[in-house]
Design a protein. Structure first.
Length: 138
């Protein structure tokens, strides 16, 4: 499922476990976790209901800096974010911004090409590990 620059992959695990697996995978790859936000817990604090929804913010300066050197405003979309969420049917998804869409959005040039390619490939690997879904050929 792709649209408006978002890629969504169905997870074989619950929201919390999907994010736990993503944390393990990205930290194992040498990336930094900057924040984990439980939106459903936040909704509960104000007396509102929200299906399980968690956001992970992660990355590494080696990946994002070239994008910001090319177009500093790309920093609005960095570090990388991934959202695990449960839909109305109880399916769990892991969604993230397509790196190529970010390149188009910020009119990134040749200086960012290798970094964008590396981010896209890296996201496929970590999302596949987190969701238990093979993305090869996707």
């Amino acid at each position: 499922m792709a649209g408006r620059g978002l890629i969504s992959i169905e997870s074989r695990f619950g929201v919390g476990e999907t994010i736990d697996r993503l944390v393990e995978t990205v930290t194992g790859a040498g990336l930094r976790v900057f924040a984990r936000i439980d939106h459903a817990a936040g909704a509960q604090e104000v007396g509102a209901a929200l299906r399980p929804t968690e956001l992970l913010i992660f990355g590494h300066p080696k990946g994002g800096t070239p994008l910001m050197q090319d177009r500093q405003l790309a920093g609005i979309d960095l570090p990388i974010k991934a959202l695990a969420w449960e839909d109305e049917q109880g399916k769990v998804w892991l969604s993230y911004n397509d790196a190529r869409w970010l390149a188009d959005r910020h009119d990134l040039g040749e200086a960012s090409r290798d970094a964008v390619t590396a981010i896209a490939a890296g996201m496929e690997k970590v999302v596949s590990a987190a969701t238990g879904t093979s993305l090869s050929g996707a």
